[in-house]
Design a protein around this ligand. Structure first.
Ligand code: ZN
Ligand code: ZN
Length: 314
């Protein structure tokens, strides 16, 4: 029996649905050829392959897309190769947030785009192939199942998060550890007002920028080493629907549960669909609150400073 498939079947991305689980997988054979963490001649540094001209924040279509039709974009946060998201400061982060909003508008305006997902994979542990600070944007033809489930069945009320789970507030934005996190030091960021997306005039982008800088700084301070994480922004679909109750928010999933110790997703979790968290969320929030947070010199624009207890240390 011949299991070989024609060569053409591996050329472009294919969307497949598993008949048993119903899960959708985009199969992209062509991505195996993409670069693997080049150490010199960084393509994202000014003068590099993807950034020939000077820039502040730069976006472009991914050369090795996971989906066809220009649905995958890269976002370079800064020309500084050695920066981190948090070291951009509130002003630098605000420029990134503005770019996210602009691309959400541009991609969302397409008839063949129902959902724009802004995200970042940080660290080799999460498969980031180039260390230069950057994120990505995917423009989906249909609303993907995870945001759809949240929109239909979920409840997001940052104004009702108990104090002992709150890590900080910046302008309209609250940062907290979820009541039932999947990852021990997981963070959620959302505005206290019902703002559907980054484009909405009521969206406090300065507050979001400050909250991102502060929250991501705390994750690096937690174990005194760069925290690998997955970050994504959920917002209202761009299919023209009403989506009452949609509220823009950010998920941050840090991979480590202790210094250099990964929190692996275990068989019972994958097989049972029930997560197990070795850190009490209220204690995780207290530990994160006790850290210095946002670097000095990048004060929150328009937000009340986070109350910190520096003396508590780690
Ligand atoms: Zn670089
Ligand atoms: Zn969400």
């Amino acid at each position: 029996m011949n299991h070989h498939r024609p060569e053409s079947s591996t050329d472009g991305p294919q969307m497949r649905t598993d008949p048993l689980t119903g899960d959708t997988t985009v199969v992209v054979g062509s991505r195996q050829g993409r670069p693997n963490r080049p150490s010199e001649d960084c393509p994202f540094c000014v003068g590099g392959l993807e950034a020939p001209e000077p820039y502040v924040v730069r976006g472009f279509v991914n050369r090795w897309p996971a989906m066809a039709d220009d649905r995958c974009e890269m976002v370079l946060y800064t020309p500084d190769h050695d920066a981190e998201f948090w070291s951009l400061g509130a002003a630098g982060a605000r420029a990134v947030v503005d770019h996210w909003a602009e691309r959400t508008a541009a991609l969302g305006a397409r008839d063949d785009v129902d959902y724009v997902l802004v995200f970042e994979n940080r660290g080799a542990e999460v498969g980031a192939t180039i260390p230069h600070p950057h994120g990505q944007i995917y423009a989906y033809e249909h609303v993907p199942p995870v945001p759809l489930r949240e929109l239909v069945d979920g409840v997001l009320l940052p104004e009702e998060v108990p104090d002992d789970l709150v890590v900080g507030t910046h302008g309209d934005w609250v940062t907290w550890v979820p009541f039932a996190p999947t990852w021990p030091y997981e963070l959620r960021l959302a505005p206290r007002r019902e703002v559907p997306d980054l484009l909405d005039v009521r969206c406090d982008r300065d507050g979001l920028a400050a909250a991102l800088v502060d929250g991501l700084a705390r994750l690096d301070q937690l174990f005194d080493e760069p925290m690998p994480y997955m970050l994504w922004v959920h917002q209202r679909p761009t299919d023209g629907g009403d989506w009452p109750g949609a509220r823009v928010h950010v998920h941050v999933c840090p991979l480590n549960r202790a210094a250099g110790v990964a929190r692996y997703v275990a068989a019972a979790e994958q097989g049972g669909g029930v997560w197990f968290d070795p850190v009490l969320p209220e204690e995780a929030a207290a530990r994160l609150r006790a850290l210095p947070g946002m670097p000095s010199g990048s004060a929150s624009a328009g937000g009340s400073p986070v109350s910190t207890d520096r003396a508590a240390g780690r």
